[in-house]
Design a protein around this ligand. Structure first.
Ligand code: PDD
Length: 280
C-alpha cells in the first residue's frame, strides 16, 4: 500500500510513521474491534448503520466508545477522496497496558487507528467464484466485529488452498456465512439468507440487499438454510462491504445451476449499483 495518510490516536500521519507499542492489547491479545465502511466518491455508505454496529461491538467487549458519532465523522472525513471509491478500516483496541495481563487494565486509553485504502474491483464479480464448504470452527461471538480473526483467516486460507475464493461455513447442518462475507441463496425462487444471531456478523451489505429486495417485491426470507438446500439452490451469493455481491458458481467442485452468475444476481447487482449511485 502506498504511503497514504492514516489516523492514529488523534494524529494524521503518513502510514509508515504510524507506530503502536508492542504492549498494545490488540497486538498481544487481539483485544479490540473494527469496522469496514465503504466510501463512494467521498461519501460514506450507510455510515450510521456501521457506527451502530461499532457501538454494539464495543459494548460487547466492554470497551467505552472513545468518540461520539459526530466526532467519528470529523475524524474519518479527512481520509476520504471524492475522486475515489475507498473503504475506511477503523480499529479500536483496549490500548497499551503496563504489563501483559489477561484481565482488563485500569486507566488505559483505547488505541484508535483508521486508514482508507482504495477499493480494487473484485476480479470474481462478473464471472463468479468457487466456494468450498467446511465446518464452522469459530467461537460464539461472531456477531461482534472483533479483530481476533484467526478462525476466519484459517477458513479463508483453507478455501484458497483448495483453489476457491471463499469458505462457506456450516454449523449443525445449516449454512451460516462466509469466512469474510454473508451468504444468500435463491431457493425455489425465494432469496434466502440466515437470520441474525450470535453466529453471524450482521452485515450491512446483507441488510441493504434485503431492503432493496423488499422495495422491489423480490420474495425474500431470513430463515436458517439447511446445507442440503444450499446444495440444490439455483443461485448462491456472498456479500461484503469491499466485494459487494459476488455470485458463487461452483460449490464443493459442483456447478451451481449452469455454472454462471444467475438472473437474480444480475437483477440485484443492477439494483445495488443504481442504489449506490443514487446516494452519491
Ligand atoms: N468483512 N461476515 C463476516 C465474517 C465478515 O468478515 C464480513 C465483512 C461480513 C459482511 O459484512 P459487511 O457487509 O458489513 O461488510 C460478514 C469485512 C469486509 C472485512 O473483514 O474486511
Amino acid at each position: 500500500m502506498e504511503n497514504k495518510t492514516v489516523f492514529l490516536n488523534g494524529q494524521y500521519l503518513p502510514l509508515n510513521e504510524a507506530k503502536v507499542s508492542v504492549l498494545d492489547r490488540g497486538f498481544l491479545f487481539g483485544d479490540g474491534v473494527y469496522e469496514v465502511i465503504p466510501s463512494y466518491s467521498g461519501r460514506l455508505f450507510h455510515f450510521q448503520e456501521h457506527l451502530e454496529r461499532l457501538e454494539n461491538s464495543l459494548a460487547a467487549i466492554r470497551l467505552a466508545n472513545p468518540h461520539t458519532r459526530e466526532q467519528w465523522l470529523d475524524i474519518l472525513s479527512p481520509l476520504l477522496d471524492v475522486n475515489l471509491d475507498q473503504y475506511i478500516y477503523l480499529q479500536i483496541t483496549r490500548g497499551v497496558a503496563p504489563k501483559r495481563d489477561h484481565a482488563f487494565p485500569e486507566d488505559t486509553s483505547a488505541t484508535v487507528f483508521a486508514m482508507c485504502p482504495v477499493i480494487v474491483p473484485f476480479a470474481g464479480l462478473n464471472d463468479g467464484i468457487k466456494a468450498v464448504s467446511m465446518d464452522d470452527a469459530r467461537w460464539k461471538f461472531c456477531n461482534v466485529k472483533a479483530i481476533t480473526l484467526l478462525g476466519n483467516i484459517l477458513h479463508r486460507q483453507e478455501a484458497i488452498d483448495q483453489d476457491c475464493a471463499e469458505a462457506l461455513l456450516v454449523k449443525d447442518g445449516y449454512v451460516i456465512e462466509g469466512a469474510a462475507s454473508n451468504v444468500f441463496a435463491v431457493i425455489d425462487g425465494v432469496l434466502c439468507t440466515p437470520p441474525k444471531g450470535n453466529d453471524i456478523l450482521p452485515g450491512i451489505t446483507r441488510d441493504v440487499i434485503l431492503e432493496i429486495a423488499r422495495k422491489n417485491n423480490i420474495p425474500c426470507s431470513e430463515e436458517k438454510i439447511p446445507f442440503a438446500a444450499l446444495q440444490t439452490a439455483s443461485e448462491i451469493w456472498v456479500t461484503s462491504s469491499t466485494r459487494e455481491i459476488i455470485p458463487v458458481v461452483e460449490l464443493d467442485s459442483k456447478q451451481v445451476s449452469d455454472g454462471k452468475p444467475g438472473p437474480a444476481w444480475h437483477a440485484m447487482n443492477l439494483l445495488f449499483q443504481a442504489y449506490k449511485k443514487s446516494l452519491s
